[in-house]
Design a protein around this ligand. Structure first.
Ligand code: S3P
Length: 439
């Protein structure tokens, strides 16, 4: 996989971002299109699919379980669904690379199958907490072996599941989705209550495929035993990938960039809300709904930013966008304070520490706290920072180059391929002076 190849970014200082850019497809929706398409009756035609390592890991895992999948080619995938009970045992352990969404959602879905599967991942995934899914799945009747709550996970065969009523201890769409997918196979009703809204792509796609989902505020329920009907899925551009360009434009004078056909699901737009609170000039146009998901073109014109106290209700709505937002905070006038974001410590890396360390190397006063960070805006210098094999850390520091006093070297950027395979090309096209060098 990509993490075996060592790649660094070298970013020259200065520049601005301009033009019209379409970033790759939404990672969360791409995963779900393969999972639900595989369980559906009929052929699901997907367009705009993310051809990044994470979504491809999900695709490969369903192929290994006997699903015929054509593509991806130019973002087009045809998933020939096998129905709710048509998956077959994979010949080997299923390797899911860097992908937390794959392992957590699959562990729910596989709990309902009559065969055993072992799910493995790379070094980062093998260190990530899984009790958040294995504990409630055990309450439903699943039997899962783990390495002290971490991958590999072995999901045992054929344990009859029963629906549970469960309140999530943390705002996690992955845990919610995992339990809903197990709930499709459970006897009776599975009800999940989240402490705050999280991305609802699973609920939307289930409904779009004809499965009844009951949503009452922060509580979602499904009854087991239904079926899914194949559909067309147009995957919007990923707002999490668009974020790097939004932040880049927001910090560099003279920038004016439009990100086209971006998903603006209300559970994903924390980055727009937070940047606007900081003073960014963001406007939306061409708003429409495609395949049950709202999309728009997002235009950002440079305007000076100011530091803010980030409202805690925005945290789950911007959970993957904080590394980039910390770069915006570093370029803002005054102090930015983030609290209530301890989940950032258990992402692909400890994103609070990784960003605090890198920003300090670049001369910014950034102090990590247990559940967030305090950043005093300043002048970004130059230096060598570590991505910790985390795609979003790598791309965030790349954008810092636009405001840097000198060259920034970012180490271990191969994992950018998990979510944004053509990042360097698109960033260059938009105006960032970035090169990828093999080590
Ligand atoms: C995701 C949910 C989020 C997010 C991840 C993708 C999903 O994780 O960070 O990148 O597709 O459901 P949590 O639900 O664990 O917060």
């Amino acid at each position: 996989m990509s993490s075996e190849l060592k790649k660094n970014y070298i970013v020259q200082p200065g520049g601005k971002l301009q033009g019209y850019i379409r970033v790759p497809g939404d990672k969360s929706i791409s995963h779900r299109s393969i999972m639900l398409g595989s369980l559906a009756e009929g052929t699901t035609e997907v367009t705009g699919f993310l051809e990044g390592d994470d979504a491809l890991a999900t695709l490969a895992s369903f192929r290994a379980m006997g699903v015929k999948i054509d593509g991806p080619k130019d973002g087009k995938v045809s998933v020939h669904g096998v129905g709710m009970h048509g998956l077959k045992v994979a010949e080997d352990d299923v390797y899911l690379g860097n992908s937390g969404t794959s392992i957590r959602l699959l562990s729910g879905l596989l709990s309902g199958q009559d065969f055993e599967t072992t799910l493995t991942g790379d070094k980062s995934l093998s260190g990530r907490p899984m009790r958040r899914v294995t504990d409630p799945l055990a309450q439903m009747g699943a039997v899962i072996d783990s390495n002290e709550g971490k991958p590999p996970l072995t999901i045992k065969a054929g344990n009859a599941l029963k629906g549970i009523t469960y309140t999530l201890p943390m705002a996690s769409a992955q845990v919610k989705s995992c339990l809903l997918l197990a709930g499709l196979y459970a006897e009776g009703k599975t009800t999940v209550t989240q402490p705050a809204p999280t991305r609802d792509h699973t609920e939307r796609m289930l409904s779009g495929m004809g499965y009844e989902v009951d949503v009452q505020g922060d509580t979602v329920s499904v009854e087991g035993g239904g079926k899914l009907t194949a559909t067309k899925i147009d995957v919007p551009a990923d707002i999490s990938s668009a974020t790097f360009f939004m932040v880049g434009a927001a910090i560099s004078e003279g920038s004016d960039i439009t990100l086209t056909h971006v998903g603006i699901n209300p559970t994903r737009i924390g980055v727009i809300n937070i940047l606007r609170l900081m003073g960014a000039n963001i406007s939306l146009s061409n708003e429409k709904v495609t395949g049950g998901e709202p999309v728009a073109d997002i235009r950002i014109i440079y305007a000076p930013l100011k530091g803010i106290n980030i409202p805690e209700d925005q945290v789950p709505l911007a959970i993957d966008e904080f590394p980039a937002l910390f770069v915006a905070a570093a370029c803002a006038d005054g102090q930015t304070v983030l609290t209530g974001a301890e989940e950032l410590r258990v992402k692909e890396s400890d994103r609070i520490q990784a960003m605090a360390d890198g920003l300090q190397i670049l001369g910014i006063d950034a102090k990590s706290t247990a559940d967030g960070i305090i950043i005093n805006g300043g002048v970004i210098g130059s230096g060598e920072v570590e991505s910790h094999d985390d795609h979003r850390i790598a791309m965030s520091f790349a954008m810092a180059g636009l405001q840097a006093g000198g060259t920034i070297q970012i180490n271990d950027c191969a994992n950018v391929a998990t979510s944004f395979p053509n990042f360097v090309g698109l960033a260059k096209e938009a105006g960032l002076e970035i090169d990828e060098v093999d080590e």
